[in-house]
Design a binder for this molecule. Structure first.
Ligand code: SF4
Ligand code: SF4
Length: 331
């Protein structure tokens, strides 16, 4: 299907009728000066969400396409439940566990792995998480398949690719959680695309996966925005990674490729105040009708220059140097 030009998309009135009285942007905390935990809005259980009715429509519409439904229903997501925690606890130093966990994850489906100390602000309202560490896992997408957008009922290639990578992330998280449980330590998997207690994106930023882009997704120095997340929370003693800032945020201030490519014109050209933090923000109310129409739009992450295979490392090198020059001038 040909992409509509920016701002020309007309939402389906029947879908808009499912919109609650409250704007999704208010639920997300746009304009709020105080920091707070995120509120469930989509991909949680519908009864927990303000936009549950819209979500149920989206899920029914997507599942009406056999290839989409089968990608999750018949895909390999690993065991459904974690193993019991072994009675005998293996003890090692945090640095040793860190090396073991990272090497295990990279040998079991993950392409990226990073560690952060749990921050309560990453836990959705209405949920609790009491394990002190988060191991975030990233799985790269096939960019050619991801870029086959927008999808129609006859062609959901991009969505099948996204589903297959979510399934790979689910396996990676379950395998790692079970490995840690086998060592006698608590560990819980967090698997997409459904959301749970953990908001994975801030954890991924904290553990060095990259910077938030104007399109509202992460930009990584290797994969751009062409990857998906999964995670494991654990009590295993670990060593945290650091955030990785290589100039993607600066790049976004000078780029508007995703803005121009977004048919409902949902991407803000300037940062917004969201729950006490100035950051790039995508208008939820504008994005979600097009997301519904196209079986899960991902145009913005596909067109992002950082996502073009092989380009992110070169851009990261160039923009890191540029950032360093700017810092020296400012010193
Ligand atoms: S397309 Fe450009 S502006 Fe949008 S996220 Fe990517 S780099 Fe940033
Ligand atoms: S996912 Fe949303 S923000 Fe991104 S291009 Fe599609 S409609 Fe626009």
């Amino acid at each position: 299907m040909k992409r509509k030009a920016r701002g020309t998309f007309q939402p389906d009135p029947a879908f808009l009728a499912l919109q609650p009285a409250v704007s999704g942007n208010s639920v997300n905390g746009v304009g709020e000066p105080a920091e707070r935990r995120p509120t469930p809005i989509f991909w949680h259980r519908p009864e927990r969400e303000t936009h549950g009715a819209m979500q149920e429509h989206v899920v029914a519409r997507f599942n009406s396409v056999t290839a989409f439904r089968d990608a999750y229903a018949k895909g390999d997501r690993g065991p459904r439940r974690p193993d019991p925690i072994a009675g005998e606890r293996v003890t090692r130093a945090a640095a040793e566990w860190t090396a073991i966990v990272k090497s295990f994850a990279l040998a079991h489906d993950a392409d990226l792995v990073g560690i952060a100390r749990m921050d309560p602000s990453w836990v959705y309202e209405g949920y609790e998480l009491d394990l002190p560490w988060v191991v975030v896992l990233g799985v790269a997408m096939d960019h050619t398949r991801l870029a086959d957008q927008p999808s129609t009922a006859d062609n959901v290639t991009a969505q099948v690719e996204i589903a297959e990578q979510y399934n790979r992330g689910a396996r990676a998280a379950m395998d790692l959680a079970n490995f840690i449980r086998g060592q006698g330590h608590a560990a819980d998997p967090h698997q997409g695309p459904w959301a749970g207690a953990l908001s994975m994106m801030p954890a991924a930023m904290a553990c060095g996966f990259g910077e938030l882009g104007k399109h509202g997704s992460l930009i990584n120095r290797t994969y751009g925005s062409s990857f998906r997340l999964a995670a494991v929370t654990t009590a295993l003693p670990l060593v945290p990674d650091q955030p990785d800032e290589f100039g993607a945020d600066d790049f976004c201030t000078r780029c508007q490729v995703c803005i121009d490519a977004c048919p409902p014109d949902a991407i803000s050209p300037v940062k917004q105040l969201v729950r006490g933090v100035e950051k790039w923000y995508v208008d939820f109310d504008r994005c979600i009708p097009y997301f519904n129409e196209t079986y899960g739009c991902g145009i913005c992450i596909a067109v992002c220059p950082w996502s073009t295979p092989g380009r992110a490392p070169t851009l990261a090198e160039r923009w890191t140097a540029r950032k360093a020059r700017g810092n020296r001038r400012d010193a």
